[in-house]
Each structure stands twice: as structure tokens, then as C-alpha cells.
Design a binder for this molecule. Structure first.
Ligand code: 13P
Ligand code: SF4
Length: 324
């Protein structure tokens, strides 16, 4: 909630948003890290894969995307004839910014014949140079669809890449040296300390976290009783898992916005953030006031060159087909 906005004002703004949404024939899609009051007016709240799926299915004329730029761009690529709005065009992503299309072209030149597999957290320009896109929900499925003898260039997240290498057992994956500033700081030592403090809690970790690979390695030592129990999951994967687990307490290693939908869907369970400071300032740029203004003034429109949309569509479509 923005500090300047009192609860009554929020209610009034939310009501206006719902009214405007009908008038504009719009759908509101929101990521799990969005502010609670934004999530509460969304038609769908989810992870990157779920949001891309919803964007591909909607028959609304306008999509208002409450998330970061690369997510809104993906919605536009899937709907070139629709109006796609983002309430604040400054909502970037440090991970997506860790590689440019020029850098990727240069990397490809050094490894001719390699299959380029890229995380959805990339710009539309970078996606034009990729063969497959994946998200945290379907990474292993996408990698397993590539013949084992083909070399893979995986970008841009090194922690996610190392985790994929460990899970798939593939040695021929080259990994770009990028990271998300929010997840990189979540260390294995911290997870271990938290598990010792709360032995009954289950540890749920996002694969972008700096600890994901080491947590998984140490989990594999469980039989010898040296490791810690861990589940590596996408943001929506965490919500689904918490609902079906018998445990009552969970340590959550990802951006803290996830605590709101986790608690909403599992009101009787307890969720402890691995780090309260793990806040994505880009996600929080989308305030309830900016969402209202976006619908009022039909701003800010996502515009991409036709050629970029055409070329980026193919790897996104492959991703959706592989995860249907
Ligand atoms: P999810 O697809 O798991 O929601 O992750 C997106 C993201 O940006 C995580 O930082
Ligand atoms: Fe990007 Fe990290 Fe924010 Fe996710 S949490 S949107 S990866 S900067």
C-alpha cells in the first residue's frame, strides 16, 4: 500500500478501477510480487508462465499488465493487435538487463550450432535471438526437449542455470553470468541457519536464488543426514505446494510480495520470509493509483517493432506448447 493512500481511498480507487475495466473491456493481469491492493483487483494473479498463458487466452481488447516490462512485452508479442498497457514504463528487471541483444549475438558467434535457451526474464530484442524460452515453472521440461548431444547456451541467470545443470545432469550447458539483484543475495548459509532455527518449517526456494544450487546439492546429502530439506519452485509453484503440504510452517526464499498470495490462499499456515529486505523495487513501482491512471488515460502502451514481435513469437510459442 502506498503510504499516502488511506484505506478508504484505496477502496474508492479500486472501485473506479473495476468500473473503468468494464468500460474499456480490459483484463488486469498481476504478478505474485505485486502490492496486495493491486493483486486484489486483478482478474488473474500468477507466475510468469501463468500470466503468459492468460495473455494468450484472453478475448479482452485491452490487457493491463501489473508486473515488469518483459512480462508486458510477452503479452504484447502474444497479442500484436491488442492494446497492452503497463501502469509504469519504468518497471524494469535487473536480470533482464544483464544481457543485451548485441552481447547475445556475439556469444552465439563464439558457439555456432548451439541451441539458445533463454529465461522469460529477457527483453523482446533478446528473445528474437533465442530458440526456446522457459520460465521457472517449465525450465527442466524445456531443456529435456532438446537433444542431449546439442550444446546449449542458457541465459541470463547463472543461479537458475546452475540449478538446471544439476537437475538435468547435462554438462553441455554454457551459462551466462547474469543475476537478479533481489535473489542473488539469498545465501545457502542463511537458509541453513533458518532451518536450524525453525526445524519444523519446510524451505521453499525460487531457482533464481543464490542458494538454489547449493541447497539442492545439500538436499541430495539428506540420506547421510547432513543436508537440508528443500523444494525449488516458481512463485505459483510455492502457492500450490504450500496448499497441499501437511506442514504448517514454511520459510520462503524469494521476493516478499509472494507472502500476500501465500497467506491469502493458505490462511491457517505460517510463512516466514528468508529475508525481509528481499524487495523488488521494480515490481513495487506499480501502485494502485498508477493502475487507475493507466485505465483512465490508456497509458502506457507497449509498442514493439513488427519484426521483433514476429521473431520473438516463435520461441514463446514453443514454450507454451511444451508446457500445455
Ligand atoms: P516466476 O515466474 O516464478 O513468478 O518468477 C518471475 C520473477 O521475476 C522472479 O523474480
Ligand atoms: Fe527481475 Fe528480480 Fe524483480 Fe524478478 S525480482 S522482476 S528477476 S529484478
Amino acid at each position: 500500500m502506498s503510504f499516502a493512500t488511506a484505506r478508504g481511498d484505496i477502496k474508492a480507487i479500486q472501485e473506479e478501477i473495476l468500473r473503468l475495466k468494464e468500460e474499456r473491456n480490459a483484463v488486469i493481469l498481476a504478478h505474485n510480487y505485486q502490492l496486495p491492493e493491486v493483486q486484489d483487483v486483478a482478474d488473474f494473479v500468477g507466475d510468469s508462465l501463468g500470466l503468459a498463458r492468460k495473455a494468450a487466452q484472453t478475448d479482452a481488447e485491452v490487457i493491463v499488465f501489473c508486473g515488469v516490462n518483459f512480462m508486458a512485452e510477452t503479452a504484447k508479442i502474444l497479442n500484436p493487435d491488442k492494446t497492452v498497457l503497463i501502469p509504469d514504463p519504468g518497471a524494469g528487471c535487473s536480470l533482464a538487463d544483464s544481457i543485451t541483444v548485441e552481447q547475445l549475438r556475439e556469444w552465439k558467434k563464439q558457439h555456432p550450432g548451439a541451441v539458445v535457451v533463454c529465461y522469460i526474464n529477457t527483453t523482446a530484442d533478446v528473445k528474437t535471438e533465442c530458440d526456446y524460452i522457459f520460465t521457472s515453472s517449465n525450465a527442466v521440461k524445456v531443456i529435456n526437449a532438446i537433444p542431449e548431444d546439442r550444446e546449449i547456451l542458457l541465459l541470463p541467470d547463472k543461479y537458475l542455470g546452475m540449478w538446471i545443470r544439476r537437475v538435468t545432469g547435462r554438462e553441455n550447458i554454457r551459462i551466462w553470468d547474469g543475476a537478479c539483484h533481489v535473489h542473488a543475495g539469498l545465501s545457502y548459509e542463511e537458509m541453513k541457519r533458518l532451518k536450524e532455527t525453525y526445524p519444523d518449517a519446510e524451505l521453499l526456494v525460487h531457482p533464481e536464488c543464490g542458494c538454489s544450487s547449493q541447497c539442492l546439492y545439500n538436499a541430495s546429502l539428506m540420506d547421510g543426514n547432513n543436508g537440508i530439506e528443500v523444494k525449488i519452485l516458481s512463485t505459483s509453484g510455492m502457492i500450490r505446494y504450500a496448499a497441499r503440504s501437511d506442514r504448517q510452517k514454511f520459510i520462503i526464499a524469494t521476493e516478499v510480495g509472494i507472502l500476500y498470495p501465500l497467506k491469502k490462499k493458505n490462511p491457517h499456515k505460517e510463512f516466514l520470509p528468508a529475508n525481509r529486505e528481499a524487495v523488488c523495487e521494480y515490481m513495487k513501482m506499480i501502485t494502485i493509483e498508477k493502475l487507475r491512471d493507466s485505465l483512465r488515460e490508456m497509458k502506457y502502451r507497449i509498442e514493439l517493432p513488427d519484426e521483433v514481435m514476429e521473431r520473438a513469437l516463435l520461441p514463446i510459442k514453443r514454450m507454451l506448447e511444451l508446457s500445455s
